[in-house]
Design a protein around this ligand. Structure first.
Ligand code: TZP
Ligand code: MG
Length: 214
């Protein structure tokens, strides 16, 4: 019943199974992770200037293209447009989904962070391409992430939407990735389990291998 492959309105296929969220880190780490089987890349940068983000985003976009995976921007619809990224990921305090959709058009990927069933249903109705749910487990990568919501909450949020994929995030690693899938996620998003590893390629491969489809 679960599947990781989803068709966008431009009929390109997106595989949400292993979603890497990366800041302005050494691009060799990101390339290694992509070799290990990352299926989607998001550039998430809360520090650099817009100018630097456009430069770094352009570089990451090229890397993602080499591996034929989609490239998304966190928060920044303007930077996504500037580098012609495949889409954005927005939170509840970012640009409203309807406006982002209008600016980006129907063919871009727009992911929305949701924390409950109500937000999930709304995001689905308003045209989100996927939803991000978390933090599932404790995380030190996002100081304002709030308390972990756990697998049961993931399950009920996942059951509230039926037409778009669910990506679980927060404290996910090779040991708990399959539990997220078992509780309704179509894929997992990861920062530290891959980028804080000495071997990002192996770390990514280990997680991907534990995602039980494809
Ligand atoms: N949103 C919710 S938790 C989180 C974000 C961006 C951080 C996930 O990082 P990690 O290191 O995989 O827990
Ligand atoms: Mg945000």
């Amino acid at each position: 019943k679960v599947r990781a492959l989803y068709t966008q309105s431009n009929s390109s296929c997106v595989d949400y199974s292993l979603y890497l969220v990366a800041g302005a880190v050494d691009t060799r780490m990101i390339e290694a992770a992509l070799r290990g089987g990352v299926t989607l890349l998001q550039y998430r940068d809360k520090q650099n200037t817009t100018r630097d983000m456009i430069r770094i985003g352009t570089e990451l976009f090229k890397i993602a293209r080499r591996f034929q995976i989609p490239f998304l921007l966190n928060d920044r619809v303007d930077v996504a447009l500037a580098v012609d990224a495949d889409g954005v990921h927005i939170g509840q305090d970012d640009m409203p989904l309807g406006i982002a959709r209008k600016l980006l058009g129907k063919d871009k990927i727009i992911g929305v962070s949701v924390g409950n069933e109500e937000e999930a249903r709304l995001a689905e109705q308003q045209g989100a391409s996927y939803i991000g749910v978390g933090p599932i487990f404790a995380t030190s990568s996002k100081p304002d992430a709030g308390n972990p919501i756990g697998l049961e909450a993931l399950k009920s949020i996942a059951s509230a939407v039926s037409t778009i994929p669910i990506v679980a995030i927060g404290g996910i690693n090779e040991h708990n990735a399959s539990q997220c899938i078992a509780n309704g996620a179509n894929g997992v998003a990861v920062i530290s389990a891959i980028l804080s590893s000495n071997d990002p390629e192996k770390a990514a491969r280990n997680i991907r291998q534990r995602i039980p489809f494809l």
